[in-house]
Design a protein around this ligand. Structure first.
Ligand SMILES: Nc1ncnc2c1ncn2[C@@H]1O[C@H](COP(=O)(O)OP(=O)(O)OP(=O)(O)O)[C@@H](O)[C@H]1O
Length: 584
């Protein structure tokens, strides 16, 4: 129960609902437990009349009618309270489930990129869906049934003992056996159901991957192999499912068997005591009813124990994430106005998951409003520089200054709000084109959106779609070309009107002519903005105020285009090679 303590704050938050729920549970059970007593009294009236103890038929009829009305009334009221009980307790458990999901989701948003590298998406999704569902069972059904069982047990046993202690002992005898057997069976069922769930996830993941890579499957003509793999997996899943249902199929027969044994004991021992004249027939009927009323709650003890164990394991997994401290911490909550001067001072950075030293002692300066270009081979560290400017990671050694202040001392939200970032791989949400651009500025007018799209040279493509800016992108919408996606992603950054613009090799999928147009537009847009452009093409960066050439995490050359083409080295070689390619 250690892990589940974390949830106590939710019990406190909904304490009134839960308290009312518990009071209603008590009322509902106390009422339900009146019914056997009225049945005993009815049978006693009938027996007394038959034995000649009471002779007035009219009195017997009135007695019976009164009892019937009481039985119906108690049953109706108890039913109504059961409904209210579910409304209170189960609805509260749903409210807690909602809060917990939001809490986990908010924590996910706080955690740094490294966390996402170390944890698989499937796992993150599971915490929020599967694990929270299991924890909800602890809040809802577990508490409700436990309360139910407690009240029923206390009230029923007191009543039974009061009537006949000997018969009570025999009646209760098989119940602990029932509880233990149900617990053992529930644990087996849960174990098997977890395996079934795992296989289901595997099957879904497999199908999802194949559907998204269907063009590769078809072009490599590997449909048969794909079908074979899927069949193998689903065969295994079927076996696990059969195993699970075999265990589940035992649940109710086992319960019925044990109820049957209790009933037989009541009838047998009760019968003997009736013959002895110790009890009436009505008492036997009353006890049979108690046995049947107690069986389910007793079985539930076993079931609830396994629910609580599962909830504990799930909450442990959830706590691991909730207690995870974000690596990037915002130490400044006051507003930091960003102007846009950037400086790297002897920056060294290592990715801790791979131990790759991506930057080694890198120093450079970009005055506010100037453009820096970064060029280098693949894997040389270009994107790492950009990630550090947005403080997606913290440096190991050296420091990064923004407007002469250490990046760690700035309000991280203000910093990121001041950056318009166009990543290497454009990511668009399954939404309209308009909303994807507006992501950069929620309040942008249609004119502003169009202007940004024109600057990114995508407007003419958008208006060709039937729905124009309202065209839906994504799984059920149009599929855009790589270049179109890149340009929408550029429009999204432009519309933000940030102080710092970052383009990470984001024109790689457009032809040189389009590139030229976009670069001209960007030249005007980025005039008073600090800009960083990463590219492999000299044509994209030749107008920059400064160019850094990096190799293996180190700056090997720096200067303007004119300076670098006049110097022997990587830049000159690349320039000549790209000139040659253009001529060919
Ligand atoms: N998230 C990461 N975790 C671990 N290692 C990484 C990560 N990102 C990059 N690296 C490693 O750091 C080095 C620099 O990578 P970086 O992405 O900065 O290169 P790049 O110059 O932008 O390459 P490209 O032109 O191919 O995009 C590479 O060796 C890469 O394998």
């Amino acid at each position: 129960m250690k892990e589940l303590k974390y949830l106590n704050k939710y019990f406190l938050k909904y304490k009134y609902r839960l308290l009312i729920g518990i009071v209603i549970t008590i009322l509902s059970n106390v009422l339900a437990l009146q019914v056997p007593q009225f049945i005993r009294e009815s049978l006693n009236i009938a027996e007394d009349y038959r034995n000649g103890i009471v002779t007035d038929l009219a009195l017997v009829k009135t007695g019976l009618l009164n009892n019937i009305l009481l039985i119906v009334g108690a049953a109706l009221l108890s039913g109504f309270f059961t409904f209210l009980m579910r409304q209170m307790i189960i609805v509260t458990s749903r409210l807690i489930e909602f809060d917990l999901k939001n809490e986990i989701y908010a924590q996910y948003q706080r955690l740094s990129l490294n966390f996402y590298k170390k944890n698989r998406t499937g796992d993150l999704m599971n915490r929020i869906s599967e694990d929270v569902t299991k924890v909800r069972m602890y809040f809802g059904p577990a508490i409700m049934y436990f309360m139910n069982m407690l009240v029923l047990f206390i009230v029923a046993i007191v009543k039974m003992y009061d009537i006949d202690p000997v018969l009570t002992k025999y009646t209760l005898l098989p119940l602990p056996i029932l509880s233990v057997s149900i617990y053992v069976l529930s644990s087996i069922i849960h174990k098997r159901s977890t395996i079934v769930q795992q296989f289901l996830s595997k099957l879904t993941a497999n199908a999802q991957e194949i559907f998204s890579g269907i063009s590769i499957v078809k072009s490599y003509s590997i449909e048969n192999k794909v079908i074979e793999d899927f069949t193998k997996l689903s065969d295994e899943a079927k076996d696990k499912n059969i195993n699970f249902y075999k265990a589940q199929a035992l649940f109710f027969p086992l319960m019925i068997l044990l109820i049957g044994i209790s009933n037989i004991l009541v009838i047998y021992i009760g019968g003997l005591r009736y013959i002895e004249g110790t009890i009436t027939l009505g008492v036997i009927a009353e006890f049979i009813m108690y046995v049947n009323m107690l069986t389910w709650p007793v079985a539930v003890v076993g079931w609830v124990t396994s629910i609580v164990q599962e909830a504990e394991a799930s909450q442990k997994r959830i706590n691991e994430f909730l207690k995870h401290k974000p690596e990037i911490v915002n130490t400044n909550t006051s507003t930091s106005e960003i102007i846009g001067a950037i400086e790297f001072k002897n920056v060294t950075f290592t990715y801790d998951d791979t131990n790759i030293v991506a930057l080694k002692n890198v120093s450079f300066k970009i005055p506010q409003g100037e453009t820096l270009a970064i060029l280098g081979n693949t894997g040389s560290g270009k994107s790492t520089i950009i990630n550090l400017v947005a403080r997606l990671y913290d440096v190991d050694k050296g420091e990064i200054l923004i407007d002469n202040k250490n990046i760690k001392d700035l309000n991280i939200d203000n910093l990121r709000q001041s950056i318009g970032f166009v990543p290497q791989e454009a990511f668009l949400f399954s939404d309209t084109i308009k909303n994807n651009i507006k992501f950069g500025d929620e309040n942008a007018s249609d004119e502003k959106i169009e202007k940004a799209a024109k600057d990114a040279y995508i407007h003419h493509n958008i208006i060709e779609f039937n729905q124009g800016y309202n065209t839906f992108i994504g799984e059920r919408g149009v599929t855009l070309s790589g270049g179109q996606k890149q340009r929408i992603s550029i429009a999204r950054a432009i519309i933000k009107e940030p102080k710092i613009l970052i383009f990470d090799d984001c024109l790689s999928a457009v032809d040189t002519e389009t590139e030229e147009i976009i670069l001209n537009n960007l030249y005007n847009i980025s005039k008073n903005k600090t800009t960083i452009i990463v590219s492999h093409r000299i044509s994209s960066i030749k107008n920059a105020d400064k160019i850094l050439v990096i190799d293996n995490g180190k700056i090997i050359q720096q200067g303007t285009h004119n300076e670098l083409v006049d110097t022997k080295g990587y830049y000159k070689e690349l320039y000549e090679q790209q000139l040659l390619e253009k001529e060919l």
